[in-house]
Design a protein around this ligand. Structure first.
Ligand code: UDP
Length: 313
């Protein structure tokens, strides 16, 4: 099986590449433009005979012979995707078009890494796949949210028009090893702040909620989705339904790190969703999947990873 992973040096992409390379029957092409990807994430894979890194931006077309395409390329942290919003939108839309065309030529399956952001500031809780969302089309998150929504549209139009095999997953907040310590997401921020003895930056009153999935659980769900029957196109939510406020998260990080850091409140970013929790009924039924790692346990492994990075710095 020849497999392409776009965004393969990023947080999810590199964790996925690691999983796929373990199977000697696979040959893995890892594509990344290194905008937010990190060489460090794939260093251990570089000398594997069934792994190849290609520096490339999926906004431009690419020719490869492949059987499966995991399209994970796109900066996903709000500060990262807002740094060059036009390019973010291009990555989702032009990148998706290029991957769908590649799949069409190869008769390959494309799995699109979509996002819970398609639900925006959800008015339905928890969010099932049937909910159409509440997204601001003109705000600072729109380049990401609307780009990912348009990418889903492209998948289903290519499926209906040209019979391309597509699979769309909507990923809820995920954390774990290989997330850039400077990513800007809440878990990487809190843990690194706690380990450095700096104040933990809680945005707004900290009562907004998120549901955090440990990366190994997510990768298992993604793998099962790709290898499900062609009829399973999605969209399918993947995430951990355990829901926490940012204040609860901060307390758990302080408890586990033993840090004496204080909490400091900062302004809530614009259009920041108030609550988010996946309804994973569909993933359970179609993939026999549900997360196994509780936040407490996943946080411990994540803290260990960031401690290791600091030890080397
Ligand atoms: N957040 C926070 N402190 C931080 C980073 C994020 O309180 O240092 C909040 C953010 O406002 C949001 C939640 O944590 O309500 C999750 O943010 P993140 O950027 O991790 O992911 P999002 O779900 O917003 O894409």
């Amino acid at each position: 099986m020849k497999i392409l992973v776009t965004g393969g040096a990023g947080f999810l992409g590199s964790n996925l590449c690691g999983r796929l390379v373990r199977d000697q029957g696979n040959y893995v092409y890892c594509l990344d433009n290194m905008q937010t990807g990190r060489m460090e994430n794939i260093r251990e894979l570089m000398d594997k005979p069934n792994f190849q890194f290609i520096e490339h931006d999926i906004v431009e077309p690419i020719e490869l012979k492949v059987d499966q395409i995991y399209n994970a390329a796109c900066p996903a942290s709000p500060p990262a995707y807002q740094a060059d919003p036009v390019h973010t939108l291009k990555t989702s839309v032009f990148g998706m078009l290029n991957m769908l065309e590649l799949a069409r030529k190869n008769d390959a399956t494309v799995l699109q890494f979509s996002t819970s952001e398609v639900y925006g500031d959800a008015q339905v809780h928890p969010q099932p796949e049937t909910y159409w969302g509440n997204v601001n089309p003109d705000g600072i998150r729109s380049c990401y949210d609307e780009g990912k929504r348009a990418a889903e549209t492209l998948c289903f139009d290519y499926h209906r028009e040209y019979g391309v095999k597509v699979k769309v997953i909507r990923i809820f907040n995920t954390y774990g090893p290989k997330m850039d310590p400077k990513d800007g997401r809440v878990i990487s921020n809190f843990v690194n702040q706690a380990l450095r003895g700096e104040d933990l930056t809680v945005y707004g009153d900290g009562k907004q909620t998120r549901s955090f999935c440990y990366v190994d659980d997510l990768i298992e769900g993604i793998y099962r989705m790709m290898n499900s029957t062609d009829e399973v196109t999605g969209p399918v939510n993947l995430g951990n339904p355990g829901e926490f406020t940012m204040l609860e998260l901060a307390e758990e990080v302080l408890r586990q790190t033993g840090s004496r850091s204080k909490l400091v409140h900062k302004e809530l970013p614009k259009d920041d969703p108030k609550q988010r929790r996946p309804d994973i009924t569909k993933a359970k039924q179609l993939l026999g999947w549900e997360p196994k790692v509780a936040l407490r346990e996943g946080l411990a492994k994540t803290i260990e990873y960031y401690r290791g990075l600091m030890g080397r710095a």
